[in-house]
Design a protein around this ligand. Structure first.
Ligand code: SF4
Length: 392
């Protein structure tokens, strides 16, 4: 079933399981700074161009203890976990933090970090979320310029256009390879689990990017592509889940119910690797272009744009991958997703596309109840395909 197992893959698995451990080790090895950023739109290339390690701060699997009292219980699990990590000292490896997104809950977590680590710089670039206003491009370019000044000050290194171009090429090459795994999965030529693809993407958010690319190349070169998957599996698209990855056990559980995940629009998936930074022209402008382009190639419920929307993108993705239905994974209290979901649901229902909503939380996984719901969902799709009448 799973074709990626190799020494290179186990390295990535270790990094995905312990991002802070990797950052600590990298810092010890290189003596250079580590800069933490937050999902979902920060351009890591600008930090990389200074020689520092850009790391997207991940949700920790440890139970939330100290952080419990620092943010309200109705904040999403990602932000409560970040607050907790700050409070218990797990984020001490970071020399600075940077963010470009302005989800209210994320700002709450950033405030907790400021409180817990007052000596650590925190720069907020706030990229505009209205993507196609006449002033959007100029505003994003201004923010990239302020980011450049701030990052240079934090690391003590000037970001030259040449260095930034090198970093842009390195990240584009990495995204290109990651997309190759996704394309192979979509065609059915690569039998890879959703858990394994998550490892590939999550580790790329943490590792030094050229090191990560070398490991991806090694995994790709060792792949033996099998024949088509059995028809008995129901092809599904996983949608939703911003900022933090769904639990690997949940992905396994879904696939154990006779599901072949063929595509996704998860942040720890297609959304993260969807868009390259232009390699020609001014590299700082290119980062602004990348930000604006991303919402075209993978529209997000947290952005507003007149000529693209997530629902049309999702329907087109299903046509492309041949998925028979959608499982939406929604982190509890993720407001942007909660608010957008009814729109997605309306469009899928109107096209008779089966959809199942699963809510996730930091603490625990109601495995047996979810298993029953997924099995029922899969059976419904099978019957629908065979045109077997069902009770209403
Ligand atoms: S977008 Fe959702 S998951 Fe991300 S910080 Fe905001 S509420 Fe949390």
């Amino acid at each position: 079933m799973h074709e990626l197992e190799s020494v290179a893959f186990s390295v990535l698995e270790t990094v995905a399981a312990d991002p802070i451990g990797y950052a600590v080790e990298w810092k010890r090895r290189t003596g250079r700074p580590v800069v933490g950023s937050f999902p979902m739109n920060f351009p890591s290339e600008i930090v990389h161009a200074t020689g520092a390690l850009p790391v997207i701060v991940q949700e920790s699997r440890t139970p939330i203890t100290e952080g419990r009292s620092l943010l309200p219980e109705f904040y999403c699990s990602y932000t409560r976990s970040v607050a907790d990590q700050a409070a218990v000292g797990e984020l001490d490896v970071f020399d600075a933090f940077v963010l470009a997104d302005h989800c209210v809950q994320l700002l709450g977590a950033a405030d907790v970090i400021r409180w817990a680590k007052p000596e650590t710089p925190m720069h907020f670039a706030q990229f505009i979320s209205s993507m196609d206003d006449p002033w959007s491009g100029a505003q994003v370019r201004d923010k990239v310029a302020s980011l450049r000044v701030e990052v240079e000050e934090i690391v003590g290194v000037t970001v030259t256009p040449e260095a930034l171009r090198v970093s842009i090429r390195a990240f584009n090459a990495n995204r290109h390879l990651l997309r190759r795994f996704y394309d192979l999965r979509k065609t059915g030529r690569l039998r890879v689990s959703a858990r394994q693809l998550q490892v590939l993407v999550k580790s790329s958010m943490v590792m030094e990017i050229t090191e990560h690319t070398q490991l991806l190349e090694s995994i790709l070169s060792g792949l033996e592509l099998p024949s088509e998957p059995p028809d008995s599996l129901v092809r599904l698209h996983l949608s939703g889940h911003f900022c933090a990855p769904p639990r690997p056990e949940l992905l396994d559980l879904i696939e154990e119910c006779g599901v072949l995940v063929v595509n996704d629009d998860l942040y720890h998936g297609t959304r993260y690797i969807s868009t390259d930074v232009p390699e020609d022209g001014d590299p700082f402008d290119a980062l602004a272009t990348w930000y604006l382009d991303r919402n075209v190639s993978a529209p997000c419920g947290t952005r507003v744009q007149r000529n693209v929307d997530w629902d049309s993108y999702l329907v087109d993705s299903l046509d492309d991958s041949g998925a028979d239905g959608v499982i939406t994974l929604m982190a509890k209290f993720c407001e942007p997703l909660m608010l957008y979901y009814p729109e997605l649901r309306k469009v899928l229902d109107a096209r008779d596309i089966p959809v199942l909503l699963i809510e996730t939380e930091h603490e625990g996984l109601a495995a047996e109840s979810i298993r029953t719901r997924v099995e029922t969902f899969v059976e419904r799709i099978r019957r629908q395909k065979l045109k077997v009448p069902t009770l209403a």
